[in-house]
Design a binder for this molecule. Structure first.
Ligand SMILES: C[S@@+](CC[C@H](N)C(=O)[O-])C[C@H]1O[C@@H](n2cnc3c(N)ncnc32)[C@H](O)[C@@H]1O
Length: 279
């Protein structure tokens, strides 16, 4: 069968089972089976019967709700290709905007000591480490399963990685950090029944939920950021789209200045940034 036909047939099947983006997902799966990048699919002559069998098998798993990133074992984030799978949160495009903000701010500073809290796959650290020079990277992750992906994705970076709770992480760096950045768990427990099954069934609960109102991790994070940052240092944290006012309040109450809400590319309130005052 021709490659375009195989991709088209799979896209039709995925569309019928409710995939939000059947064409791109079908091309990603076919390219994965053929061992080429999506942009090179056009150069492949045809699909062998064995490859077709694999495409059908992955198509069935996708139709059953398995995220396409778990089928291919990879996720794209800015310019990074990360290893992901069961046990680690799949990085989301909305986080890319916060990283862009952080890179712009780091570019203005001579000292670039960065701590990522709640690091998961390490998408944020990897992007910062590869998109700007002179950075000293530190990252912490609580869940051992996620930590394995973090260690693997950052093995080519000279990064200080720690397995543990952000609450008491990096005491040795207190008062010395230029940027603290995080995408913590922030979904209210009460929202669990309303999340799509491919999120609830495949992203780890510890990565998603954070107490009844979704703010438990952020309550810890504001204190940790304040402890770690040098005066004049910056913090950025993602949050649930329903939380901008509550998160602004948390940062303000923790003693930060310039507390600023930001939207993601879809215009939804998505992250808050703040500065530890100088004096
Ligand atoms: C929403 S995921 C974000 C992962 C990654 N930063 C990203 O953007 O793709 C949140 C991560 O925080 C971790 N986590 C939850 N509570 C934590 C804690 N108290 N200390 C450190 N990590 C924690 C979870 O295991 C999960 O990997």
């Amino acid at each position: 069968m021709r490659v375009s036909e195989a991709a088209y047939e799979l896209a039709v099947r995925l569309a019928k089972t409710g995939s939000p983006s059947p064409g791109p997902e079908a091309r990603t799966i076919v390219a994965h089976v053929l061992g080429v990048e999506v942009s090179r699919l056009i150069t492949v002559d045809g699909v062998t019967p064995e490859q077709q069998r694999l495409i059908n098998e992955l198509g069935e798993r996708r139709a059953a709700g398995v995220p396409v990133q778990h089928l291919t074992g990879t996720a794209y984030f800015r310019h990074e290709i990360l290893s992901v799978g069961p046990g680690v949160f799949i990085p989301r495009p909305e986080t890319e905007v916060m990283v862009g903000w952080a890179l712009d701010r780091l570019a203005e500073r001579d000292s670039r000591v960065v701590v990522e809290l709640c690091a998961g796959s390490g998408a944020i650290s990897a992007a910062i480490g590869s998109e700007i020079g002179g950075v000293r990277l530190h990252a912490v992750e609580l869940d051992p399963a996620a930590y394995r992906y973090l260690a693997s994705n950052l093995e080519d970076y000279d990064a200080d990685l720690r397995l543990g709770d952000m609450a008491d992480a990096f005491g040795d760096l207190d008062g010395t950090v230029d940027l603290v950045i995080a995408n913590p768990p922030y979904v209210p427990e009460t929202m669990r029944p309303f999340l799509p099954s491919d999120v609830v069934d495949h992203d780890p609960s510890i990565a998603l939920f954070s107490g009844p109102d979704g703010l438990d991790a952020l309550r810890v994070l504001v204190g940790v950021a304040h402890r770690l940052l040098v005066p004049g240092g910056l913090v950025a944290s993602e949050h649930d789209e329903s939380h901008p006012d509550a998160v602004v309040e948390l940062f303000t109450a923790a003693g930060f200045s310039d507390v600023t809400p930001h939207a993601d590319l879809t215009g939804r309130a998505r992250f808050v940034t703040a500065v530890k005052p100088l004096g």
